[in-house]
Ligand binder design. Structure first.
Ligand code: NDP
Ligand code: 2IT
Length: 446
């Protein structure tokens, strides 16, 4: 690291939290971007901003016992990292996936601080989850798990303290069960979770928001290159919440989506992916993406995920999970003429992949900027809940679109101001950080 103070902070994070690879990766990327900021603003070092911002304000780890359909007791581990409350209540999703551990939740929570700051809304950063696998579980098992999870989490959250939402493995069904249990225990009805059903306080367009927002962000990057989605070939990884609505919006803007995937493999449809079929398979039937080829004869299924990036495309939208796109895949995308990459997922590109994109001058939208539309619309859901109002789909979508345009502009301007024009990784990190750092300074050493 070219700055001694920043280098020391990074070293101390690695020493204190050995083995937390994803967490180290996320902190390294942000701190590297902040070197010119720290050199220009000496007061930040004096106020110990970096030492404080890398350390979560609070971390909760808890046992989640539940009984499966066979009557057997199961135990999972629940986590909530309340990372930073400078800008407002802790805000961020809950992930249910067998891989969940402290490193993953901390990397996500850390990213969330800067992402939420970029939205321009007043939200701090947090993240939670459990190493529970909802795949193959009955609705009753999922309900019992969610109830047990909330039976501990309820005491740590509140509409003005910490407002969780969905992420991988947590959608409308899980949010519904957790909301019900919270309300029952606390005897209070307020917007303590976002991503709620439309019949009990959810916001129109929240389901679509992350995917739509990612495409809106990408559209701004394309505009800067004097082009648009019209006629573009797009490859999207994942086939969950983010991927489905990214595909839908890209198609609405005139693109052809050639492929989507899940953790088993990917489907390639030369005629363009039929989003309605993917929605039915994933949202209704909870089936594997391989089933797509049974319904669309012209499509082809390939087992394994990484080869999806070998499909020639103009735009790539990684919307599945962290580190799913490595340096080799990035080189392949560049070689095949890809001009823009916007991350719908959190940290889907490895550091090597990011370097390949930046070096090749591919328009690259990092996750904390490109996928901020989800949490931004969660912020809009909180506002509606507080007012006991429900805005129309068009109203929410319009606000979301404007927020994504603003985020692109902030990241672009910050990158220019600090001498790395066009580098939206630096721009997003710097713009997100400046607001949080300013408040942390004003609020004193807490
Ligand atoms: P979903 O659970 O709805 O979908 C996740 C998708 O990614 C599935 O297709 C899943 O396949 C695939 N996937 C998950 N883990 C892996 C893995 N280890 N390897 C390969 N594929 C995998 O989650 P979301 O769509 O909500 O989330 C996707 C990404 O977007 C995550 O990185 C999340 O953090 C991020 N994000 C989500 C937001 C939201 O509002 N939901 C907001 C901002 C970011 P399978 O079903 O086979 O597991
Ligand atoms: O990573 C994310 O931004 C999310 N999973 C959404 C968080 C939220 O609070 O809506």
């Amino acid at each position: 690291m070219s700055n001694e103070y920043v280098g020391k902070v990074l070293e101390s994070v690695k020493k204190r939290y050995p083995g937390e690879a994803e967490f180290h990766q996320a902190v390294t990327e942000v701190l590297e971007s902040l070197v010119p900021v720290i050199e220009k603003n000496k007061d930040l070092e004096e106020a110990g901003i970096l030492e404080r911002i890398v350390e979560p304000e609070r971390q909760i780890i808890f046992r989640v016992p539940w009984v499966d359909d066979k009557g057997k007791v199961q135990v999972n581990r629940g986590l909530r990292v309340q990372y930073n409350s400078a800008l407002g209540p802790y805000k961020g999703g809950i992930r249910f996936h067998p891989s969940v551990n402290t490193s993953i939740i901390k990397f996500l929570g850390f990213e969330q601080i800067f992402k939420n700051s970029l939205t321009g809304l007043m939200m701090g950063g947090g993240k939670g989850g459990a190493d529970f696998d909802p795949k193959g579980k009955s609705d009753n098992e999922v309900m019992r798990f969610c109830q047990s999870f909330m039976t501990e989490l309820y005491r740590h959250i509140d509409a003005d303290t910490d407002v969780p939402a969905g992420d991988i493995g947590v959608g409308g069904r899980e949010i519904g069960f957790m909301f019900g249990q919270y309300k029952r225990i606390k005897n209070i009805w307020h917007g303590v979770l976002t991503g709620k059903g439309l019949n009990y306080g959810g916001s129109l367009a929240r389901t679509e928001a992350t995917g739509y927002g990612c495409v809106y962000f990408c559209e701004e990057m394309l505009k800067d290159r004097k082009t648009s989605f019209e006629g573009k070939k797009v490859v999207i990884s994942g086939s969950g919440n983010v991927a489905i609505y990214a595909a839908q919006k890209a198609q609405a803007l005139g693109a052809k989506v050639l492929a989507v995937s899940d953790s088993g493999g990917f489907v390639y449809d030369p005629d363009g992916i039929k989003v309605d079929i993917v929605k039915d398979l994933k949202e209704v039937k909870r089936a594997r993406i391989s089933e797509y080829v049974k319904e669309v004869k012209s499509a082809k299924y390939t087992e394994g995920c990484s080869k999806i990036w070998e499909i020639p495309c103009d735009v790539a939208l990684p919307c599945a999970t962290q580190n799913e796109l490595d340096g080799k895949s990035a080189e392949m995308l560049v070689k095949n003429g890809c001009i823009a990459v916007a991350e719908g997922a959190n940290m889907p590109s490895t550091p090597e992949a990011v370097q390949v994109f930046l070096k090749a001058k591919v328009a690259f939208g990092p996750g904390k900027a490109a996928n901020a539309g989800g949490v931004a619309t969660s912020g809009l859901e909180m506002a509606q809940d507080s007012q006991r109002l429900m805005w129309s789909f068009e109203e929410v979508d319009k606000k979301l679109h404007q927020i994504m345009i603003n985020i692109h502009k902030s990241a672009k301007n910050a990158a220019e101001e600090y001498g790395t024009a066009g580098n939206l990784v630096n721009g997003a990190n710097i713009a997100g950080f400046m607001k949080v750092a300013g408040v942390m300074k004003s609020n004193g050493v807490i």
